[in-house]
Structures are given as C-alpha cells and as structure tokens.
Ligand binder design. Structure first.
Ligand code: AMP
Ligand code: MG
Length: 318
C-alpha cells in the first residue's frame, strides 16, 4: 500500500514492522530503533551484511538525551546549523542503542531529517527509527515511492509517499575526535558548507574508514547496466559508438555525435539539479536495456565531489 497519511505507518512501526519512509535524501526502510525484530527484518530485506551499521533518525534534538552519552561542542554547532537536514553525526552511544544498530561500535550514527512527513511521523511515535536506504545491498538508492515498490513490493506492508526526494543523495556523515571534525562520507551537505561552520575538517583515510565506517564499500549504488564515469566524454562516445549507449553530460556539449544508438541527457550545468535527479535517471536508464551508460564526471567542487564519489562506487567493478 502506498499512502501519504501516517496513521497506519505508526501502527505498523509500534508493532515492530517495517515501512518505506520518505526523507529529503533518499527513501528509507524504517523500523523502530528499539526493536531487535525490526532491525533483523531490515538487514534481511536488504540483504545487508551485519557489519554495516544503521543510521538512527530522530524528530527532535531532545531525543538525543536517551541515546547518546555526550555531545561534543562542535556537534552542537553543527546541529544548530544543519538540523533538521542531511547531516549525520557519529556520537557515543548509550546502552539504549543495541549493538545490532551500530555493528558493535561505540558510536551511533544519528540525524534529524527535514522532510515534513518524516518529521511528522517521527514526532508522532515515542521511539527513533533506523532507516537505511530502501534498496537491496549495493543497488541504486530510491528517490521515489515507485523505486521502493519495485524493489520490495509486497514484502513491506506500506510505503509512505512523500513525493520525490528533493536532495536525492545520501546524508553527509561526520564524527568527532577531540576538537576535530572528521568526514566519513560525502553527502548532501557539502565540505564547503561544513568548513564555513566549524573550520578545517579531517577527511577520513582508508585504514580509518575500515574501522569506523564499515559500510563505505567501494561498490555501491550500482545499476545493472555497465556504467562508465568519463573524464573525456567525447573520446568515450567515439569508443562505444557502435553500441546502444546513454550519454549523460553535466553541461552543454556542442557537435554531438548523432547516431540512432545514442541517447543524450543533460543536467544543464546545475549541481543541485544533478543531485536531485541522478539516482532517478539511473533507475530509468537501467530499465531501458542500454549496453552502456556513460556519465560525465562532475566538476570537483561542492555537490560535484559527492556526485563523483557516488559515480566512482556505482561504476566500480569487483
Ligand atoms: P545508509 O546505508 O545510507 O543508511 O548509511 C549507513 C552508513 O552510515 C553505513 O554504511 C556506515 O558507513 C555509516 N554508519 C552508520 N552507523 C555508523 C557507526 N555507528 N559508525 C560509523 N559509521 C556508521
Ligand atoms: Mg544505502
């Protein structure tokens, strides 16, 4: 069932069930963060490895009290600036948060989403929600109810319809060590935004990443169609000109190779627009039997850095 009222969703969640849940980043598969049964179901539905921890979603800052042990000063600054919104904080967990949520780590990932329906739901129940993206492990994140429906259909009783996600890309994840803010995942809040708020950031290095953010797999967000992230788009179009290809470019391309086998899509030089629509476009292209999708690398700034990170993982071959 796809509905835009929260009534039935509340009942399902209170009974340890799972729903499709809209946020401004991507759709989540949500269940009570205090229910082991709900948490197990989420891992099972997604086929997600248990070493990949879940993000806890809250509807008000007061809810932090029961679930974290301390809030570093810079975390407070970030909360005031970016919540509700697409910023996830890694904070020391209290015993109220089970090891199933954090994959045995001492920190829990928490955010307050800004989507009005998500907030309404979170504030109508008296427990937080865990809500990883509503897609099977490693596939493209959903940004519309129909994506969730095509992945899970009758396996979940309800999808809460909040329309298309306006950010369309996952949250940025940061943690804290002493006075340092460490970035674990690029996301919808840019590094530039964070820096202007808390100064210099530390970017997570790979060995660190293994310990702290085990879910940051090299392969992720992947369509079934082969995907090439291209820095030299004209050359790559030439290379594959005999195939049926979709070419997605960021801005304008002059003198396009016109060929029956090639379809062109553009983000019109707008990073916000690209962020809001990249996953939706990938879902769409993936259903059209192309031999190859070629996407032009984004400019390496602001949201472009996040989008390039996703393209790198989406096109990773194992
Ligand atoms: P998502 O699948 O978008 O809900 O994001 C979950 C990701 O957040 C995980 O794959 C981890 O990379 C990161 N994460 C969640 N909880 C933690 C945690 N307790 N410590 C470190 N990283 C976390
Ligand atoms: Mg995900």
């Amino acid at each position: 069932m796809i509905t835009s009222t929260i009534h039935l969703a509340e009942t399902i969640l209170k009974n340890n069930g799972i729903i499709g849940f809209p946020t401004e980043t991507v759709y989540g598969l949500a269940g009570s963060a205090f229910s082991d049964k709900a948490i197990h179901t989420i891992f099972q539905l997604k086929n997600r490895p248990h070493n990949n921890p879940l993000i806890v979603h809250i509807g008000s800052v007061h809810q932090l009290e029961g679930i974290v042990r301390e809030i570093p000063p810079k975390a407070n600054v970030l909360i005031n600036q970016f919540w509700p919104g697409p910023l996830t904080l890694l904070l020391k967990k209290s015993s109220r948060i089970s090891d199933l949520v954090t994959a045995g780590q001492d920190t829990v990932a928490i955010r307050m989403p800004s989507h009005p329906l998500a907030l309404e739901l979170l504030n109508s129940i008296d427990f937080p929600l865990v809500a990883p993206s509503a897609n099977p492990y490693q596939s493209i994140s959903p940004t519309m109810p129909k994506h969730v429906d095509s992945y899970f259909g009758a396996k979940i009783p309800l999808i809460l319809d909040g329309g298309p996600c306006n950010k369309g890309i996952e949250s940025t994840i940061v943690g804290f060590e002493g006075d340092q803010v460490i970035v674990y995942r690029l996301g919808a809040i840019t590094l530039e935004d964070l820096e202007s708020c808390v100064g210099t950031l530390l970017e997570n290095n790979k060995s660190h990443e293994k310990i702290k953010s085990p879910g940051m797999a090299k392969k992720h967000y992947s369509p079934k169609t082969p995907l090439l992230c291209s820095s030299f788009i004209r050359n790559d179009i030439q290379k594959y000109v005999s195939k049926k290809i979709a070419v997605v470019y960021f801005d304008e391309l002059d003198d396009l190779e016109s060929n029956e086998g090639i379809d062109y899509y553009s983000f019109q030089g707008d990073l916000q627009h690209a962020s809001a629509n990249l996953y939706g476009l990938l879902h769409d292209l993936d259903s059209r039997n192309y031999d190859l999708i070629i996407i032009e690398k984004f400019p390496d700034l602001d949201l472009g850095k996040t989008l390039n990170d996703r393209l790198e993982r989406a096109s990773f071959k194992d």
